[in-house]
Design a protein around this ligand. Structure first.
Ligand code: RUB
Length: 318
């Protein structure tokens, strides 16, 4: 798939979910770097930079996307031959792709230890990392039952229930607004993340914060499964995670909306769950309380405030 196709599929959500978006972007940059025929290394650098910007502009919230691009482009410079630059990029891309897949497996192993035999688990949206924990627990022989939400308006819950069904896990499919009704039947909530900020707040699919509130009130454990590259280094500098707001047709047909001139549709697709509602964030490096988010950004992503001035410059807001 070429660069424009990948960018279009991420934008239209044919490719979706923070981990998958990151991997698709890395694959696209890898292919692009092998396809282009620049005549100078300056031109190579500039073409790759523009391609990265195109991918970054697709969806604004999942931090895995800029983190993945940063990972493969860091230390790339206009100095050195085209071959040296290309080889460097391809090697970094392969490392990211390998580590990303491995991270999800490791999260499954670690996260499954928080699940007990007989647990009822609630999950929201479709998260590879959250599902890895549930599937690993089930494959370890624990009898688990799942509540999976519908996830209006794009119904990502359908993907989740298909995976759970195929694995043979008993699953209850519920509308998003039924979470509080069932929360006392649930032992543990496990969701994924699009971004984790330096103060340990988690940005995930719209409705996650409401579920966390219900879980908090019911004293139900609330666990987030997130690879370290979902942590957002730029929040160290006070940058906010921008919350994507998508078009109205996802919720209401254009003709119906036209007949209601005083109505407007608001469609934010992510929300922010405060760290006080989160018991644990399971990463591939271990399970941490949200208060240790800074350590993950510094130790595992290798970013500290000084780093911002040394690294490849991408304007993530474009
Ligand atoms: C997907 C979503 C997922 C996270 C984590 O939203 O919110 O929970 O991206 O997923 P969308 P994963 O469908 O709008 O992309 O663990 O697979 O990275």
């Amino acid at each position: 798939m070429n660069l424009d196709e990948t960018a279009q599929k991420i934008k239209s959500m044919e490719i979706r979910g923070a981990g998958r978006i990151a991997r698709a972007a890395v694959e696209a940059l890898k292919d692009y770097a092998q396809t282009i025929k620049p005549s100078t290394s300056v031109e190579f650098y500039s073409l790759i930079n523009s391609a990265a910007m195109k991918l970054l502009a697709t969806r604004p919230t999942a931090v895995s996307l800029p983190n993945a691009i940063h990972f493969i482009l860091t230390h790339l410079s206009e100095d050195g031959t085209i071959d040296v630059q290309r080889t460097h990029l391809l090697e970094r891309a392969d490392v990211f792709l390998y580590e990303s897949k491995h991270a999800v497996e490791r999260i499954g192993e670690i996260g499954s230890k928080n699940i007990s035999d007989g647990d009822v688990i609630l999950t929201h949206c479709n998260s590879e990392a959250a599902l890895a924990c549930i599937l690993a627990a089930f494959n370890d022989g624990k009898r688990v039952e799942v509540f999976a939400t519908e996830v209006r308006p794009r119904n990502q819950g359908l993907i989740t229930i298909k995976t759970l069904n195929d694995a043979g896990i008993t699953t209850n499919y519920i509308v998003d607004s039924a979470v509080r009704y069932f929360i006392n039947d649930v032992d543990i909530v496990i969701v994924g993340a699009d971004a984790v900020t330096v103060n340990g707040a988690v940005v995930n699919k719209i409705g996650t914060a409401q579920i966390a509130l219900a879980a908090h009130e019911a004293r139900t454990s609330f666990i987030v499964a997130a690879e370290t590259y979902k942590f957002a280094p730029r929040t160290l500098l006070g940058e906010q995670i921008s919350i994507e707001e998508r078009e109205s047709w996802e919720i209401l047909s254009e003709s119906l909306l036209r007949s209601l001139p005083n109505v407007r549709v608001r469609n934010p697709v992510f929300d922010v769950t405060p760290p006080s509602y989160i018991d644990l964030i399971v990463t591939e490096k271990g399970a941490f309380p949200p208060s240790l988010a800074y350590i993950i950004i510094k130790e595992y992503l290798g970013w500290s405030i000084d780093e911002f001035h040394k690294t490849f410059q991408i304007d993530y807001r474009e």
